[in-house]
Write a protein of this length. Structure first.
Length: 103
């Protein structure tokens, strides 16, 4: 599900089951992240799928990338794997107005 930054943040901040996923490359991740994000590179193919499958399906996943395209794809993949709550940050970190921290 695509969410605006405002909706993504407000849901994230009120969700005790929230997990933030950054699906960018390791290099992009090292340039700065949304606090507490876990990096799982969507471009890593089967490794990405294996890492996603190891996650708790009971949690709610807030996903972002650079522009929102890869994270939208990650949400689709997660839905196919049986995750019900995967939320894409529309516009990605490029349009993020919140704090960016070092990983």
């Amino acid at each position: 599900m695509n969410l605006t930054q405002e909706d993504w943040v407000s849901q994230l901040n009120t969700d005790p089951n929230a997990v933030i996923l950054d699906v960018r490359t390791e290099n992009e991740f090292s340039e700065g992240i949304i606090a507490n994000a876990i990096n799982i590179d969507i471009n890593s193919g089967q490794q990405f799928v294996n890492a996603i499958e190891a996650l708790d399906k009971e949690k709610n996943y807030f996903i972002y990338c650079r522009s929102g395209m890869r994270s939208a794809k990650a949400c689709e993949i997660m839905n196919q794997l049986g995750f019900e709550n995967a939320y894409n940050l529309t516009g990605g970190i490029m349009e993020w107005e919140g704090e960016v921290v070092a990983p």
